[in-house]
Design a protein around this ligand. Structure first.
Ligand SMILES: [Zn+2]
Length: 199
């Protein structure tokens, strides 16, 4: 039986680089790989799967929120690789779970576990519930040597504690941090203290 994998990590943990390396290895062996991405909007270049290292590829399939997948469309593939899987609807994760049984194709999902408020994304939650293998892609905190487990959202350079879970096209950035730094910086910023953030 093929497996459903969830490889999670914070921002900047090289998840997409890992995905592109796996795709490269499959293709080098003459195997058929499908690259999938959630469709969040119609921005130009939405099908690009780009790693911060500069490597990139084009998604073969964009899945929007309401879509359901037909297992027959995945027949004959050797592997399905999903980028930004946290944005997929839970029902789509369930479809991928079925695809690992019939036609029996392994599905490897890469994504964030939690949002900037340290809460699970719906897609990540369903993956945590259904995946056969849950693996962490690690990176250290931007400000200390501990492992980063949180995504600190900066809006105009200020740590944010409130706001929508997904902010498309907004001029914000994310920093991978440990829990201690996330808690300290968001608490101080929410009290109106000036928090200096080096990136
Ligand atoms: Zn830290």
């Amino acid at each position: 039986m093929a497996k459903l994998y969830f490889r999670y990590g914070t921002m900047d943990s090289a998840k997409t680089l890992n995905l592109l390396a796996v795709a490269h290895n499959y293709r080098k062996q003459g195997k058929r790989v499908l690259l999938v991405k959630p469709k969040l909007d119609d921005r130009f270049g939405a099908e690009r799967i780009a790693s911060r290292s500069g490597l990139e590829a084009t998604a073969d399939l964009l899945v929007d929120g309401a879509a359901r997948l037909d297992p027959a469309d995945f027949e004959g593939l050797d592997c399905v690789l999903v980028d930004e899987a946290q944005f997929l609807a839970p029902a789509v994760i369930e479809d991928f779970r079925r695809i690992t049984i019939k036609p029996g194709v392994p599905v490897i999902c890469y994504g964030l576990r939690t949002d900037f408020q340290t809460r699970l994304f719906p897609g990540a939650q369903r993956l945590m519930e259904l995946a056969d293998a849950i693996e962490e892609v690690k990176v250290t905190c931007q400000y200390c040597g501990r492992k980063a487990t949180c995504n600190l959202r900066l809006v105009d350079g200020v740590p944010a504690l409130i706001g929508p879970q997904v902010m498309l096209g907004a001029d914000d950035t994310y920093v991978p941090v440990c829990w201690a730094h996330w808690d300290d910086m968001t608490s101080r910023a929410s009290k109106g203290e000036r928090v200096s953030v080096a990136r």
